[in-house]
Write a protein that binds this ligand. Structure first.
Ligand SMILES: C[S@@+](CC[C@H](N)C(=O)[O-])C[C@H]1O[C@@H](n2cnc3c(N)ncnc32)[C@H](O)[C@@H]1O
Length: 313
């Protein structure tokens, strides 16, 4: 089987799924059959997609063929391409992914953009600590570390130790392992005291208050949203449910984070949260109720839907 034949064979098989009656009635999508085939074949051959184009007549070895066929069978079972290939691009960087971590989403790049803009334009002159809560693959903390000056102090936490071990590998892969401190923690419980997040956490000599900048893409789907989304994208079933779904209409983890900020007397804080558009109003009310005097503003994504909340206190 040549590269060209392998691509045709896989594209036809995946296209069949796209065209199948079941997929159509569910409105399901399996991405682009050709694009997926290219990514999977490139990975099976340990080459890039340009190589495939330039060597269409080259034959696959029996081992490569077997590996590719396994990949295609996995994809037919709706395993996400990122899990099959074991990696995903985010913010121009490459991340290892596996079933212990959420696959980084393009919409989360807006969260990184927003934080970078805020720091570069408004917060240049203050001391700050950045805390990525619920770091998963580490994509947010690592993208920030790559785009901020070396002096930026960055913490990244997750309740899942398996996720953290992937995040650490990703920090190494992207050359920022010495810039990020990873902590296994239920939200801020293991962080608040050891890392002095409260009012005067600045270096002793400066006497200057340190701002805590929390960046969090915590699970925010309600159970109803999750089950509906899974009907349309069966791929979601492969991702950790605990990374996607939260009780109390998807707001439980975010609400707990606000409670902890209050409980640990954290002042001078700004929170950047990725949310579902439906959570804007309830979040504003929660912030007011829990944190009192706080300001909550929202940012929309490219499709015009509210996606980021900025809570300042
Ligand atoms: C939506 S995923 C986001 C992962 C990554 N930040 C990203 O943007 O791709 C949410 C992450 O929060 C973690 N998480 C869920 N509940 C948590 C908690 N109570 N404390 C810390 N992390 C939590 C999950 O393990 C998961 O890695």
């Amino acid at each position: 089987m040549t590269i060209k034949e392998a691509l045709n064979w896989s594209t036809q098989r995946l296209q069949k799924i796209i065209d199948s009656e079941v997929a159509q009635t569910r409105g399901a999508e399996i991405g682009s059959a050709f694009l997926d085939s290219e990514v999977l074949l490139a990975d099976a051959l340990k080459k890039d997609r340009v190589y495939l184009l330039a060597h269409q007549g080259k034959s696959l070895t029996p081992l490569q063929k077997k590996k590719f066929e396994t990949y295609v069978r996995q994809r037919i079972k709706r395993m996400p391409v990122a899990y099959i290939a074991g990696m995903k691009e985010f913010y121009g960087l490459t991340f290892n992914v596996n079933r212990n971590v959420l696959i980084p989403r393009p919409e989360t790049e807006l969260l990184v953009d927003t934080v970078l803009k805020e720091i570069n334009y408004k917060l240049q002159t203050i001391n700050y600590k950045l805390i990525d809560v619920g770091t998963g693959s580490g994509c947010i903390a690592i993208a920030l570390a790559k785009n901020l000056p070396n002096k930026a102090s960055i913490l990244a936490s997750d309740i899942s130790s398996k996720a953290l071990s992937t995040a650490k590998k990703n920090a190494q892969r992207n050359g920022v392992a010495n810039r990020i401190h990873f902590v296994n923690s239920d939200l801020l419980t293991q962080i608040s005291t050891s890392y002095k997040l409260s009012a005067r956490g600045g270096p002793a000599s400066s006497g200057q208050a340190t701002s805590s900048i929390f960046v969090a893409n915590l699970p925010y789907l309600s159970y109803k949203q999750y089950f509906e989304a899974k009907k349309q994208y069966p791929e979601l079933a492969y991702e950790p449910k605990s990374a996607l779904v939260a009780k109390e209409n998807g707001l439980r983890e975010i609400k707990q984070l606000l409670f902890q900020i209050k409980k640990y007397h954290i002042k001078h804080a700004i929170l950047f949260l990725e949310i579902d558009p439906s959570q804007a109003k309830p979040l504003k009310a929660l912030a007011k109720k829990i944190l009192g005097d706080s300001r909550c503003v929202f940012q929309r994504d490219l499709s015009g839907r509210i996606r980021i909340a900025k809570v300042s206190l």
